[in-house]
Write a protein that binds this ligand. Structure first.
Ligand SMILES: [Zn+2]
Length: 229
C-alpha cells in the first residue's frame, strides 16, 4: 500500500517535471514576429560530415543563411564542418550533448547535456550559442534554469514538414509553402534521424527555397528573426 502510494507520488512528480513543463514554457519561442516577410530555416541533428556539407553548398549557391542546431558529441567528431557552418555566417544553436530526450534526464543530467554542448560549440565555432532546440521537442522543469545559466533560449518551430515518419521530398516542399507565414521557423533535419531524412531534404530544399522566394519571403537566422534585425 505504502509502496503503491510512493509509486503514484513518484509518477506524479515525474509527470509534473516532464509533461507539466510543457504547459509552462517561459521564454520558449515557436515563431518570430509577423512584422516582416521573413522565415528562418533550421537544421537539427548535425553536423554530419557528408550531409551537412552538401546542405552548406546548396545554401551557399542560393545565398541563404540559416540556423544549425548541432548535437554536441557529433560536433566534437566533425569540428571542420562546425567551422565551415560558422564561417559561412550561419547561426549555430545547441541541440544538446547526446540528443537524449530531456524526459529521461534528471536535473543534473539536464545541466550536463546543455552545459557540455554549450562549451564545445562555443569553442568549436568561436561564438556562444544563443538558442537551444530540445531533442525530440521534449522539455523538463530543470531545462529552464540550465538555459538561463548558459544564456540560451528554447526554440521550437512553427512548421515541421517531416516528423517521425518519412515524408516524400515534394510533399515536404508543398507542406512548407502551404503553411508559410511571416516569422515562421521551419524545422528540418540534415543528419540521419528519421531514415533517409537528409537525402529527402536535399531534394526538397531547393523547391522550398525557390517557392518561398517566389512568395516574397526572405531568409534570416533565428537570432535575426527574433531580434527583429
Ligand atoms: Zn533532433
Amino acid at each position: 500500500m505504502i509502496l503503491g502510494r510512493l509509486a503514484v507520488g513518484a509518477a506524479a512528480a515525474w509527470a509534473a517535471y516532464t509533461w507539466g513543463a510543457h504547459l509552462v514554457t517561459p521564454g520558449c519561442v515557436w515563431r518570430g514576429p509577423a512584422t516582416h516577410r521573413r522565415i528562418a530555416l533550421t537544421f537539427d541533428d548535425g553536423p554530419d560530415p557528408i550531409w551537412s556539407e552538401r546542405i552548406l553548398e546548396l545554401l551557399a549557391r542560393r545565398e541563404v543563411r540559416a540556423s544549425f542546431f548541432l548535437v554536441g558529441e557529433r560536433a566534437a567528431q566533425a569540428p571542420e564542418t562546425v567551422r565551415r557552418i560558422a564561417a559561412a555566417d550561419h547561426e549555430i544553436g545547441s541541440h544538446g550533448w547526446s540528443h537524449r530526450s530531456l524526459w529521461l534526464c534528471g536535473p543534473r543530467r539536464t545541466e550536463a547535456e546543455i552545459g557540455r554542448a554549450h562549451r564545445l560549440l562555443s569553442d568549436a565555432s568561436g561564438r556562444s550559442p544563443r538558442h537551444f532546440r530540445p531533442p525530440w521537442g521534449m522539455v523538463n522543469a530543470a531545462m529552464f534554469g540550465a538555459l538561463r545559466r548558459h544564456g540560451e533560449r528554447c526554440v521550437f518551430w512553427s512548421i515541421q514538414p517531416e516528423h517521425l515518419r518519412p515524408a516524400p521530398a515534394a510533399q515536404q516542399a508543398r507542406d512548407v509553402l502551404r503553411r508559410a507565414h511571416p516569422g515562421a521557423i521551419v524545422d528540418l533535419h540534415d543528419a540521419e534521424g528519421v531514415r533517409g531524412a537528409p537525402g529527402r531534404l536535399l531534394t526538397a530544399l531547393p523547391l522550398m527555397i525557390d517557392g518561398l522566394r517566389e512568395a516574397g519571403y526572405d531568409f534570416a537566422t533565428v537570432s535575426e528573426l527574433l531580434d527583429g534585425e
